[in-house]
Design a protein around this ligand. Structure first.
Ligand code: SF4
Length: 309
């Protein structure tokens, strides 16, 4: 089968930096033990498992905020992930006597600064993001920030403040942002619109939008909980190319491949390269009339994936 390898794809600089810091921390005896990571470093369970094996414990529970998770860390070191944390989380960690290591991505810091600057100037800030995402949690930790998850939220939002600034989570779909911006402009024509989708996310989404017109199906390799991977699938579908999110080659349904001649592959910012490579190799070798090319068992070793990047 013909396979278009969409580029850029895979790890972004924020994830690469965070993983490099994790490796360093794990090997540095001067870092106070035990070492806890507050929330998942990336939404990829394989990487979380590898970090556990190196002695870095991830403190995470779906739906539980980072502020609450901190109650479970009473000594040693706490590591903040690339998603960033609010001032309240930072201050609570310090007041609990924890050694703090912060791996917040520089693009997330820029987004946080934008919010703080507009609040200082007296704006109401509308933050377009996903409920319970760490970036949304951090943004809504500021008084005066309102989470907008859909056009519906825009319709129900009201304020007497004439100064409204609109910003967003760095990994949102450009399509979603623009449709929500349109709805905001309709209700609040003077609102200041600030697009904070990070360059890594933007380039990956635009590459999908601009994939060849004759691609029949797009495979996005990523963890099902990864927001940016889900958004890549959405972008492909919004651009008119049916798309499927697969965590590895094992999720590919042979029935789906029937009749397809040209497909594309991309991957989320937290997907180990080896897993994506295996998906590309499988699809390239796939021959509908040769059953030996239909085996979807993964050969990628599940341990220490990120150590090999
Ligand atoms: S997706 Fe963007 S903001 Fe998030 S870690 Fe990667 S580079 Fe940073």
């Amino acid at each position: 089968m013909e396979v278009i390898k969409i580029s850029p794809r895979g790890y972004c600089h924020g994830v690469v930096d965070a993983i490099a810091q994790m490796k360093h921390i794990a090997g540095d005896p001067s870092v106070e033990r035990p070492i806890h990571i507050l929330g998942k470093v990336v939404h990829n369970q394989k990487i979380v498992d590898d970090l556990e094996a190196l002695g870095l414990r991830t403190v995470h529970e779906e739906g539980v905020s980072r502020l609450e998770l901190l109650n479970r860390v009473d000594r040693g070191t706490v590591v903040f992930t690339a998603h960033g944390v609010s001032d309240s989380v930072y201050n609570k960690a310090v007041s609990r006597g924890l050694n703090v290591i912060d791996t917040t991505c520089r693009d997330v810091r820029t987004s946080q600064r934008t919010i703080a600057e507009h609040l200082e100037k007296g704006y109401d800030v509308l933050f377009i993001g996903k409920e319970n995402h760490p970036e949304s949690e951090t943004a809504t930790g500021y008084e005066g920030v309102h989470l907008i998850t859909s056009v519906k939220d825009v319709e129900s939002f009201s304020t007497h403040n004439k100064h409204i600034a609109v910003t967003n989570q760095t990994t949102m779909s450009l399509f979603d942002i623009y449709s929500i911006h349109k709805a905001i402009q309709k209700r609040f024509p003077d609102a200041t619109l600030i697009d904070e989708v990070c360059d890594a996310t933007r380039m990956r989404q635009l590459a999908i939008k601009n994939q060849p017109a004759d691609v029949e199906h797009c495979f996005v390799v990523g963890d099902r909980h990864s927001n940016n991977s889900n958004k890549l699938r959405d972008v492909s579908m919004q651009a008119g190319v049916p798309a499927t999110l697969v965590e590895s080659v094992e999720d590919i349904k042979i029935g789906l491949l029937q009749g397809l001649r040209k497909v594309s592959v991309t991957s989320g910012a937290s997907t180990p390269t080896a897993i994506t490579r295996e998906v590309i190799e499988f699809l390239t070798a796939y021959d509908p009339s040769d059953a030996s090319t239909h085996r979807t068992r993964s050969q990628v070793k599940q341990r220490n994936l990120f150590l090999k990047e």
